[in-house]
Design a protein around this ligand. Structure first.
Ligand code: PGA
Length: 259
């Protein structure tokens, strides 16, 4: 896959949308989306709707991702889904380590590491979520948390594989709360992530790395967030469930990169 056009805006539909609802939402997005040369759009529906969404967006340049995967290729793992199955259904991307997975389903950095490796073995680009909770932030532990998530979950990857990873900084206290990180708070962490990447993989890799912000992104705050130097796009939850608000965020994001 070629280098992605920035901004990159991904819509994480979580456990919302039946197949027919997903098809309608994807069709609305296709109808009004800006040209692929202006922004990369990734839709991340629930597993049941991936194939239908892929069909609906075909030829539009819009890309599709899964919300999770298991690291084994096949086997007696009831309820799990493999990288191969996601690829066949039409995914080019997969979310890994979303905070809801970590919080409600016990995912650890070690599991994230295995999932990222499995994704790469089958040419899926992982969108790896990292971020601190409110307690970490209050205790001044935000950057330490980010560092340990990166070191334990990702920095074992060889350079050519790491280059295919997209990062999403999602402060847990900002997810679904309506309270986004301020542009300054987001930039502080994004810049720190870029520095850590530079010291592990070198300046060139860190300059190319795509670092998304997620957590209560809305049309009203997208422009101020994307203006920050190290914010390359967004991972959007709630506001991605309606075509209008999602596309407004995409437009705000691409507007800012016009200079
Ligand atoms: P939110 O979710 O936009 O609803 O805060 C973001 C996410 O969970 O990825």
């Amino acid at each position: 896959m070629k280098d992605l056009v920035r901004p990159v805006v991904a819509g994480n539909w979580k456990m919302y949308k039946t197949i027919s609802e997903a098809r309608n939402l994807a069709a609305e997005v296709v109808k009004q989306a800006p040209a692929p040369s202006l922004a990369t759009i990734i839709l991340i529906p629930p597993f049941t709707a991936i194939q239908e969404v892929k069909k609906t967006v075909s030829k539009s340049g819009i890309l599709v991702g899964g919300q999770d995967l298991f690291w084994e290729e096949e086997g007696a793992f009831t309820g799990e889904i493999s990288a191969i199955q996601l690829r066949e259904a039409g995914c080019d991307f997969v979310l890994v380590g979303h905070s809801e997975r970590r919080q409600f389903f016990g995912e650890t950095d070690e599991m994230v590491r295995k999932k990222v490796q499995a994704a790469r073995q089958h040419e899926l680009r992982p969108i790896v979520c990292i971020g601190e909770n409110l307690e970490d932030r209050k205790n001044g532990q935000t950057l330490n948390k980010i560092k340990s998530q990166l070191e334990n979950g990702l920095f074992n990857l060889p350079e050519e594989e790491f280059r295919m990873v997209i990062l999403a900084y999602e402060p847990i206290w900002a997810i679904g709360t309506g309270q986004n990180a301020t542009p300054e708070q987001a930039e502080e962490v994004h810049n720190y992530i870029r520095q850590l990447i530079a010291s592990r993989y070198g300046k060139n890799v860190s300059a190319c790395a795509i670092i998304l912000y997620g957590g209560s992104v809305k049309p009203a705050n997208a422009f101020s967030l994307i203006k920050e130097k190290d914010v390359d796009g967004f991972l959007v939850g709630g506001a991605s469930l309606k075509a209008e608000s999602f596309l407004e965020i995409v437009r705000e994001a691409s507007r800012s990169k016009e200079g």
